[in-house]
Design a protein around this ligand. Structure first.
Ligand SMILES: [Zn+2]
Ligand SMILES: [Zn+2]
Ligand SMILES: [Zn+2]
Length: 305
C-alpha cells in the first residue's frame, strides 16, 4: 500500500512538472449552439439536453515556469480565460495574463477574441500575439485590430512556416501551412514540441488530399494529434459542402482505417460544427468514432507531455 502511494506521488510529481495541453473549446467558429439554428442540434442545448460548447481552443501550460499560451483567440475568449485562471488556482499557481497567443488564421472563430485585450475590456499591455506574415498585416491594417497594435495592447511576434519558435528550454512551436480558404490570411497548423512528445494541432484544413504532407506519416512522427472534425459526413448542411471542403470525420477514419490501433488512439477530433452528431456522446456517430479507436476532444481534457 505504502509503495502504491509512493508510486502515485512520483507519478503526480512528474505529471505536475511536465508541460501539458488543456482543451478550452471544441466547437467550430460559430460555437454550439450556433446563431440562427432552429434545428434539433441546437434546440437540444436551449432545452438543456446537451451542454453548450465553446469554440475550438487549447492552452499550453508549463507548470515549472508558470507560463501559459493559448492557440487561437476565439469569440469565447473571456470565458476561456476564466477557465484557465480557475485551473491555475486549483493547481496552486497565481492567475496571470497569458504569455502568448498563437493564431492559426483570420476566420472569425480564431482571432476575434483579441478584441477583449483592448481598452474596452482588459487594456492589456503588450500581450505577445504570434502571427504569420499575412495575418500580421491583416491585424496591423484593419480596425479594430490595428488599435490593439497602436495602443500596444498586443505585441505581434512575426512567425514563419516551418521555422521553430523557442518558448523556453522545455518547449518549442513550429507553424506549418495547411490548405484552407485563405481570404484574409494564410492558414497554419502548429506542432508543439516538448522534451518527451510532439503534438499536432490542425483545427481547420481543406481535404487531406490537398495537403502536401501525408497524414499517415504525420501521425507516425507525432504522439498526439488534434485534427479538424468540423463535419461528420456529406450532406450535413444545406449548402454546397464543396464551398467548405473540410475532411469529413468519416473520410479521415476511412483514410486511416488500416493504421495500427495505437496510431489511431493518437487522433482526437476538434473544431466540431453544431450539425455534427459527435457533439453528442450518446449518438451512434460518436460511438462509431470511439469504437474505431479515435477520440473526440472534450473541454477540460488534459494531454500530458
Ligand atoms: Zn474555423
Ligand atoms: Zn444547430
Ligand atoms: Zn477557417
Amino acid at each position: 500500500m505504502k509503495k502504491l502511494l509512493l508510486l502515485l506521488l512520483i507519478c503526480y510529481q512528474s505529471l505536475a512538472q511536465n508541460p501539458y495541453i488543456l482543451v478550452l473549446g471544441i466547437a467550430q467558429d460559430g460555437g454550439y449552439p450556433q446563431a440562427g439554428c432552429t434545428k434539433e442540434c441546437c434546440k437540444a442545448v436551449y432545452e438543456k439536453k446537451l451542454l453548450r460548447q465553446a469554440v475550438s481552443c487549447i492552452a499550453l501550460i508549463d507548470p515549472i515556469s508558470n507560463e501559459k499560451w493559448i492557440f487561437d483567440a476565439t469569440p469565447d475568449f473571456g470565458e476561456q480565460l476564466a477557465v484557465l485562471n480557475a485551473h491555475n488556482t486549483i493547481i496552486g499557481k497565481n492567475p496571470t495574463l497569458l504569455d502568448g497567443i498563437f493564431l492559426t488564421h483570420a476566420h472569425i472563430g480564431h482571432y476575434t477574441g483579441l478584441m477583449h485585450l483592448g481598452r474596452e475590456v482588459i487594456g492589456a499591455k503588450s500581450i505577445k500575439v504570434f502571427a504569420m506574415p499575412k495575418m500580421k498585416t491583416f491585424l496591423e491594417t484593419n480596425g479594430p485590430w490595428s488599435q490593439l497594435v497602436n495602443l500596444q495592447n498586443i505585441a505581434i511576434q512575426p512567425i514563419n512556416e516551418d521555422t521553430e519558435i523557442y518558448l523556453n528550454e522545455r518547449l518549442k512551436i513550429v507553424p506549418f501551412r495547411v490548405p484552407h480558404r485563405d481570404e484574409f490570411s494564410e492558414t497554419v497548423g502548429f506542432q508543439i514540441i516538448s522534451k518527451n512528445k510532439k503534438m499536432i494541432f490542425i483545427p481547420d484544413i481543406d481535404k487531406w488530399q490537398r495537403w502536401k504532407q501525408d497524414l499517415k506519416t504525420v501521425i507516425e512522427n507525432n504522439d498526439i494529434l488534434l485534427l479538424d472534425g468540423t463535419f461528420y459526413k456529406d450532406g450535413e448542411i444545406n449548402r454546397p459542402m464543396s464551398e467548405v471542403p473540410h475532411p469529413f470525420v468519416v473520410e479521415t477514419m476511412d483514410l486511416l482505417k488500416n493504421i495500427p490501433i495505437k496510431s489511431k488512439n493518437k487522433v482526437h477530433f476538434i473544431h466540431i460544427n453544431h450539425t455534427n452528431p459527435i457533439l453528442n456522446s450518446i449518438s451512434k456517430e460518436y460511438q462509431e468514432v470511439i469504437l474505431n479507436g479515435f477520440g473526440v476532444c472534450q473541454i477540460g481534457q488534459v494531454f500530458n507531455f
